[in-house]
Design a protein around this ligand. Structure first.
Ligand code: FES
Length: 106
């Protein structure tokens, strides 16, 4: 299974295994990764699954949808590498993905 590393706002890293076909948010929730609230359960309707994708990876992800871009407007401290983790589908190619979580959501 692809491995994804989440680094929290204190700098602590957690590597989790993510099922292909799930989302980065689901991998975080299943593994109790902190700083991912995911209040809407993946419906792209809350922006509380916000992550910062590592620069080495941002260009390797599919572009965000218009809906994701709109929801990101409601996220905390949005940056150019901000994404909603519920909108990132896990594929074998994402093995080694590194994302950082913001100090708070919403
Ligand atoms: Fe709500 Fe991602 S879980 S937008």
């Amino acid at each position: 299974m692809p491995k994804i590393t989440f680094v929290d706002s204190f700098g602590e890293a957690r590597e989790v295994e993510a099922e292909v076909g799930s989302t980065v948010m689901e991998a975080a929730v299943r593994n109790a990764v902190p700083q991912i609230a995911a209040e809407c359960g993946g419906g792209c309707a809350c922006a509380t699954c916000h992550v910062y994708v590592d620069d080495a990876w941002i260009k390797r992800l599919p572009e965000p949808s218009d809906q994701e871009e709109d929801m990101l407007d409601f996220a905390y401290e949005v940056k150019p590498n901000s994404r909603l983790s519920c909108q990132i589908a896990v594929t074998p190619e994402l093995d080694g993905l590194l994302v950082r979580t913001p100090e708070r959501q919403g």
